[in-house]
Design a protein. Structure first.
Length: 516
């Protein structure tokens, strides 16, 4: 088994009452993956952005989650339109392994589409069991794909999982707008596939796929509203995703309000069971939402229930009643989303990233709003709540979010990226990640909190560690966390990396090393 470890991870840990460190993510056994990692079969290239998007799923039905890591960056001057690396979990609980690793692109045998430079294959990823066979499948956004001569119309490739060997292109789906695929009007610059979210929206046991189309224009002629945005939901069935009963969500069609120029609805999506309505909810982030002329890009979210039925939607901003924080221009409320049951009541709360939030006079420090739909117990977090860190200019706290039960107590916890965080006085935009724990008594709490960063030298300023996050049970036991740093220059300039932190139940080696 081949594994690639990195031991320079910096952890600031905090003690819980009684002086015992909470069972949670550990530095021991952490893995750092990048283009030059042994046995990946990659030739390092600049600007690959390894780790830009992340997803986890059990693609080979062995009960352990595997990891998809995107490399959407193109090689300058070449035809490369992006790659997605899939690493499978070792069956002995040894973490991610290069055994049976896969590298996917639109040049891979059986994968539909024509690969061209700057397609951004893998700019968005989502995992779900769309055919309900027990193996997760992987949806890959290619939002700059050119379709039938329409520039940057966008597409989504779907690879289906199998017990035989994991993901396969045998029944690859290739979705895009137009009568030959998902329907609707095929247009340039729609960017179909910019965001993806998997959830069982109709409660039939099959996962479904929501596809963002943020560049969608609505109307025509003088009445055309440019870049209003839309979302298309494809429903799962035994043969995989289908356009049968497909639902379109846009202002005036299943979403309240009228289309707004440059609102880019469909640029941020998440899914989960947030209330008692049948099926999962779809959460739409609209960081470009303007509350008023003076609150441009303050941001909003739309919570959509009963996606395949009557379709109920609720819009929430920081100006909504009971929502903590002050709505300001360029807050970008809704730029990141995640759902987790932080209080153990059986319904997920919505974690909303507000990376542009000002904290006092500190611009762009960032914040997280926790929206509790069932109990209206809304809260807000900034880095001032998580000492020794504190709010600083353009930290972008809340730029990425992931939820899972990292400490094995049965209640979800929250990982928060602050990708703009500076380390010291010379390593700018290096980034860090906070992990805060859920509790039945109080919901999210700072007790037992963790702070993770990579202490690189000044040459690696701009790594953006924490700009992408994903969680899954890669080993048995509590959940594990993957952290993307797409601009990390660990192997080549802006080549990117992904760090995997394992929960303590998964720790096999006390010294954190295993021979590759």
């Amino acid at each position: 088994m081949n594994r690639w470890f990195y031991t320079g991870l910096l952890l600031a840990g905090f003690l819980v009452p009684g002086g015992q460190v909470a069972a949670q993510l550990q530095a021991a056994g952490a893995q750092l993956w990048h283009q030059a990692s042994p046995n990946l079969g990659l030739t390092p290239a600049v600007n690959r952005r390894f780790g830009h998007a992340l997803s986890t799923g059990d693609y080979n039905c062995d009960g352990l989650d595997d990891a998809a890591i995107s490399m959407p960056g193109s090689i300058f001057g070449g035809p490369d339109g992006g790659r997605v690396l899939v690493l499978y979990a070792a069956d002995n609980g040894g973490g991610l392994s290069t055994t049976n690793r896969q590298i996917w692109s639109q040049s891979s045998p059986g994968v539909a589409g024509v690969e061209t430079g700057s397609d951004d294959f893998g700019d968005a990823l989502a995992s779900g069991d769309f055919d309900n066979d027990g193996c997760d499948d992987l949806a890959i956004g290619v939002h700059f794909d050119n379709i039938e001569g329409f520039l940057n119309a966008g597409a989504v490739n779907v690879l289906y999982g199998s017990a035989a060997g994991g993901l396969t292109a045998d029944d690859d789906d290739y979705w895009h707008q137009g009568p030959s695929s998902a329907g609707g009007a095929l247009e340039a610059q729609d960017r179909f596939g910019s965001a993806l979210a998997a959830g069982d929206f109709n409660g039939d046991g099959f996962d479904d796929l929501a596809i963002g189309i943020p560049g969608e224009d609505i109307g025509s002629g003088a009445a055309q509203v440019e870049n209003a945005g839309a979302i298309q939901v494809l429903f799962g069935r035994g043969s995989g995703l289908s356009t049968a009963r497909s639902v379109i969500l846009r202002r005036g069609t299943n979403l309240s309000g009228s289309p707004v120029t440059d609102e880019f609805i469909g640029g941020v999506l998440a899914a989960g069971n947030a209330n008692a309505s049948f099926g999962d909810e779809l959460i739409i982030g609209i960081p470009n939402f303007s509350i008023s002329a003076t609150l441009d890009n303050a941001g909003a979210i739309i919570i959509v229930s009963d996606v395949d039925g009557a379709v109920l939607d609720q819009t929430i901003t920081q100006a909504s009643t009971g929502i903590p924080g002050v709505a300001e221009a360029d807050d970008r409320f809704g730029a990141a989303l995640a759902l987790g049951d932080f209080d153990g009541n059986g319904f997920a709360e919505v974690a909303v990233g507000v990376p542009g939030e000002g904290v006092g006079v500190i611009a762009g420090a960032g914040a997280i709003n926790i929206i509790d739909i069932t109990a209206s117990n809304h809260t807000i977090w900034t880095q001032d709540d998580l000492p020794p860190e504190q709010a600083e200019v353009v930290d972008s706290f809340g730029s990425a979010l992931a939820t899972a039960d990292f400490n094995g107590d049965g209640i979800d916890d929250l990982a928060i990226g602050a990708s703009g965080e500076n380390l010291g006085i010379s390593v700018n935009n290096a980034g860090l990640v906070h992990v805060i724990q859920g509790s039945a008594a109080a919901g999210l709490t700072s007790v037992g909190r963790q702070i993770w960063s990579l202490p690189f030298d000044p040459a690696n300023s701009g790594s953006l560690f924490g700009s992408a996050l994903a969680a899954g049970r890669i080993n048995s036991g509590a959940a594990d966390l993957i952290i993307g740093a797409p601009n990390n220059s660990v192997s080549v300039n802006r080549g990117g990396s992904a760090t995997v932190l394992y929960s303590p139940r998964d720790e096999l080696f006390a010294d954190g090393f295993e021979a590759p």
